[in-house]
Design a protein around this ligand. Structure first.
Ligand SMILES: NC(=O)c1ccc[n+]([C@@H]2O[C@H](COP(=O)([O-])OP(=O)(O)OC[C@H]3O[C@@H](n4cnc5c(N)ncnc54)[C@H](O)[C@@H]3O)[C@@H](O)[C@H]2O)c1
Length: 337
């Protein structure tokens, strides 16, 4: 049994990883200031410290109170559009929070550090599927902040021997298949929950940003990786960090689905039409973004289990249909492990 510090563990991806760690018997301390996260999303048995990770004194107290076998770092600003309006805040906060956290981990003698990174590192890719050798050329301040944070971790590794990993997620999607956790952001910016909310009458009609791309149906194609598969990838990479560091992996399910295919899947799964309207393209949106996770699969044995779009959509639909107000009407006992 090991003990992990999880920043942002009350958020969407982090809470699913905390659940997976608890299920395999690990101890978890979550640090989250709940600006986006939810107290009810933290699995019972995990400690929750409500704090901003930029508060270095609180962070030192946390490292003094527990001895950790590793840090998993999810807490970050992560809205691409907002990052273009406030680039300095994004870069300052995402980079410095990551590096001070790494520094605190080094001081505490904690040898493993895994951070959430993003497909936004690759900007407009030259080819798909995108593997780890693709050129790193972020188009947003958000993407650049994650790239700078990764570079800082390279230095923590070289100078201090901290073994680091970075998982570059494509689009995390779906919900715990047993209905114990789901996705609940405010504002919501991800396609699947926005479309489900529209179909349930919980949100406005969906805007499709561009229908004249060079794709079979004219809409953008993205790679949706189930959040439970993503959680499994974290556990495997964490184990690999026991032996070696400098791990950088792309994580996706390797298949691309267009916006229209997502809407058709929601119709197939729920019987409901998604009200939608056609809008203009968004600047900087590539036509196709699909990951190659071959390196992750080869080196850790990971493979997506929920790789069909209908399965992904079904879990997301079930959670939102059961909890239309998200965690506001969520029964905490449901999250028990
Ligand atoms: N969801 C995706 O599809 C996706 C894709 C690529 C990368 N990522 C990255 O994965 C990570 C998790 O994403 P998510 O979708 O779960 O986001 P999320 O907003 O649901 O979770 C982030 C959590 O961190 C907390 N947090 C943020 N700043 C904090 C701070 N300074 N101190 C303490 N807590 C803080 C929030 O309250 C929230 O609970 C982020 O770093 C994001 O950039 C997510």
């Amino acid at each position: 049994m090991a003990r992990y510090l999880v920043t942002g563990g009350a958020g969407y991806v982090g809470s699913h990883v905390v659940l997976a760690l608890r299920e395999r018997g690990d101890d978890v301390v979550v640090v989250d200031d709940l600006r986006q996260g939810h107290r009810q999303a933290v699995s019972p048995g995990a400690e929750l410290v409500v704090a901003d990770i930029s508060d270095r004194r609180r962070l030192d107290e946390v490292f003094a109170s527990w001895k950790f076998d590793g840090v998993l770092h999810f807490a970050a600003l992560s809205l691409v559009g907002e990052s273009m309006r406030e680039p300095l805040r994004y870069i300052a906060e995402n980079v410095s929070n990551t590096l001070w956290l790494a520094e605190a981990a080094v001081r505490a003698g904690c040898g493993r550090f895994l951070m959430s990174s993003t497909a936004a590192l690759f900007g407009l890719p030259e080819s798909v599927p995108i593997d780890e050798g693709a050129r790193l050329q972020p188009l947003s301040a958000y993407g650049d902040s994650k790239l700078m944070a990764e570079k800082g971790l390279d230095w923590a590794e070289r100078a201090h021997g901290l073994r680091t990993a970075s998982l570059r997620y494509f689009n995390a999607a779906g919900a715990d298949p047993q209905g114990r956790l789901g996705e609940d952001h405010d504002p919501e910016t991800h396609l699947i929950p926005l479309a489900i909310n529209a179909a349930l009458g919980l949100g406005p009609a969906l805007t499709i940003f561009g229908s004249d791309y060079n794709t079979p149906d004219g809409t953008c194609i993205r790679d949706y990786v189930h959040v439970t598969d993503l959680a499994d990838a974290h556990l495997r990479v964490l184990d690999r960090l026991n032996a070696e560091g400098g791990l950088r992996y792309n994580v996706g399910n390797g298949q691309g689905y267009s916006v229209r295919e997502v809407l058709a899947s929601i119709k197939a799964v729920s019987g409901r039409e998604v009200p939608c309207a056609l809008g203009a393209r968004r600047q900087g949106d590539p036509a196709v973004l699909v990951a190659s996770s071959a390196k992750l699969q080869r080196e850790t044995g990971w493979a997506p289990r929920y790789d069909s779009l209908d399965e992904i959509v079904r879990t997301a639909w079930s959670w939102r249909a059961a909890y239309p107000q998200g965690y506001r009407n969520f029964s905490p006992t449901v999250a028990s492990v």
